[in-house]
Ligand binder design. Structure first.
Ligand SMILES: Cc1cc2nc3c(=O)[nH]c(=O)nc-3n(C[C@H](O)[C@H](O)[C@H](O)COP(=O)(O)OP(=O)(O)OC[C@H]3O[C@@H](n4cnc5c(N)ncnc54)[C@H](O)[C@@H]3O)c2cc1C
Length: 489
């Protein structure tokens, strides 16, 4: 590649968001038009390349893909893919797209800035060793998505605590296996559950404790994804369940609505819960973890300190607990919506620059994939600046609001924007786009049930949209966060 090349489309980010943007671009571009894909990592896969080794995809694997690209694992539908399998599939998606479109890969380069002038976007990126490249493109898609970085070990005062991050020290690895000291998992969300499950099943008898904060509940995999023939009559398509949540939520009653959802569709192991961010767990995994844990502490960890020859855990409530020297403290605190990035709108005023990130999020689930899928379609259709989507500053909301309010607001946002897109496109075009959307979890169910859910949505979304709008306006006012149509679009 020379130092100044011209492309039709530039996509930054090769995670699930970037690959969905690339998939959609490949649907619109002619065979001679070129796309450049930039990522600071050295290959496709996004956060999955660096996250802990015992991670599992929490939804059935076929629904984590770019567009409608099929998995090639040959496993049964409900199989939960492991880290290597997810990375393998995301790289397979890139290969499939490359067969349809002219894609140049620019891995190992960080996007730095872009400027729009005379109908093109000038893009500057740089490699780690300082090599700068400037590109020109008709459009730029910054598919940063969740922009997840690895977690660091917690900084603790005690010299007797072995504080680690699962992203850097493998809990299945020899370092942890050779010692049999207790393990303290800090964080009761998906990473905490993955880690507890890995430890309990791989090293039975090891003392594993959980410091769970407010407690998290999960969507029950058994109820959301019934297997075999039961898919014909039991369970309920996810969009209709989440739609019901958004219908019940008015911007003020997050605890009540979360409680309804938890009782009807959830699973959890802590005595109380205060958190839900869309993660999925089976009843069996939940039971295995609940049975295998030694102690579950409903509090936040402040520190581990050495005092008078012994060590103790200090909790936010002021309570303390004895801590056996040499015990492991595993940082499983959340990473979602925790960035400190400057605000940016999801589109520039021309519509040439699309930006998918959490400061102006539009379709939050799953990851940046859904937003990349729908917004890239709107960009290529020339409608990105015309469709009055709501954009929510999810990073700010996470700082300002209780956890249930964040999860509920994100669901209302997703339902609102889906309705706005459905309203803004001719129904055939919307149906075609919806049909190719492989991230849609409703695809778990047989076609007649999906058609029924889709037709219910088409019948009711118009009148429900006003309710979602009021809910989001309430959230914006109550927590003082940006949530509404873009002012500069
Ligand atoms: C521990 C954990 C487990 C999860 N498990 C699941 C799960 O089971 N199912 C699920 O649906 N979701 C899961 N998620 C959420 C998950 O993050 C998303 O679903 C998804 O993989 C995120 O993809 P993304 O493309 O939005 O972001 P990322 O995967 O973070 O990809 C963004 C890419 O952009 C690149 N990038 C960013 N800035 C620049 C720049 N300036 N220059 C160049 N490149 C740049 C990054 O290098 C990265 O490759 C999980 C999240 C975590 C933290």
């Amino acid at each position: 590649m020379t130092n100044r090349e011209r492309y039709d489309t530039c996509v930054v980010g090769a995670g699930i968001a970037g690959l969905n943007a690339l998939f959609v671009a490949s649907r619109y571009l002619r065979g001679d038009e070129r796309i450049v894909l930039i990522d600071r990592r050295d290959r496709a896969g996004g956060m999955w390349l660096d996250t802990y080794d015992h991670v599992r995809l929490h939804q059935p694997h076929e629904f984590f893909t770019a567009g409608n690209i099929k998995w090639t694992l040959g496993k049964e539908r409900g199989y939960l893919a492991d880290k290597a399998e997810v990375i393998g599939h995301l790289q397979h998606c890139l290969e499939v797209i490359k067969q349809r479109a002219r894609v140049t890969e620019l891995f190992g380069y960080a996007f730095e800035h872009a400027e729009e002038a005379n109908g093109t976007v000038e893009i500057t990126c740089r490699s780690e060793d300082g090599h700068e490249i400037t590109l020109e493109a008709d459009r730029l898609i910054k598919a940063y998505g969740q922009r997840i970085e690895t977690n660091e070990a917690l900084k603790l005062s005690s010299e007797r605590a072995r504080s680690i991050s699962p992203d850097h020290v493998e809990v299945w690895g020899s370092e942890m296996r050779v010692s049999d000291e207790p393990v303290w998992i800090v964080g009761g969300g998906k990473t905490g559950m993955d880690t507890a499950h890995a430890l309990i099943t791989e090293q039975p008898g090891r003392e594993v404790n959980l410091i769970a904060g407010p407690g998290t509940f999960f969507m029950s995999r058994d109820r959301s994804f019934p297997s075999g023939l039961r898919r014909w009559w039991s369970g309920e398509p996810i969009s209709s369940v989440l739609g019901e949540w958004a219908r019940r939520f008015d911007g003020n009653n997050e605890a009540e609505v979360a409680d309804w959802f938890r009782r009807n569709h959830g699973t959890w192991l802590t005595p109380e819960t205060g958190n839900f961010l869309g993660a999925i767990l089976s009843e069996r995994e939940n039971e295995t973890i609940a049975t295998g844990l030694n102690e579950v502490v409903m509090d936040y960890l402040v520190d581990v300190v050495d005092r008078n020859g012994s060590s103790e855990v200090i909790l936010e409530s002021g309570a303390t607990m004895p801590f056996e020297p040499g015990s492991w403290v595993v940082n499983c605190t959340g990473t979602l919506f925790r960035g400190e990035y400057p605000y940016e709108p999801y589109t520039s005023s021309s519509g040439r620059v699309l930006s998918i990130q959490n400061r102006s999020t539009t379709f939050p689930f799953p990851g940046g994939g859904m937003a990349a899928y729908f917004l890239t379609h709107l960009q290529f259709l020339g409608k990105l600046t015309q469709v009055p989507l709501y954009a929510l500053d999810a990073e700010e909301l996470r700082r300002n609001a209780p956890d249930y309010a964040l999860g509920s607001a994100l669901l209302s946002l997703q339902m609102y924007n889906l309705s706005v897109v459905a309203e803004s496109l001719p129904s055939r075009a919307f149906a075609k786009i919806a049909l190719e959307n492989g991230l849609d979890l409703d695809r778990w169910y047989p076609l007649p049930r999906r058609l029924m859910t889709a037709s219910n949505f088409m019948r009711t979304h118009g009148r429900e949209r006003e309710h979602h709008k009021r809910t989001l306006d309430t959230i914006s006012e109550r927590f003082d966060v940006v949530c509404g149509p873009l002012v500069n679009a």
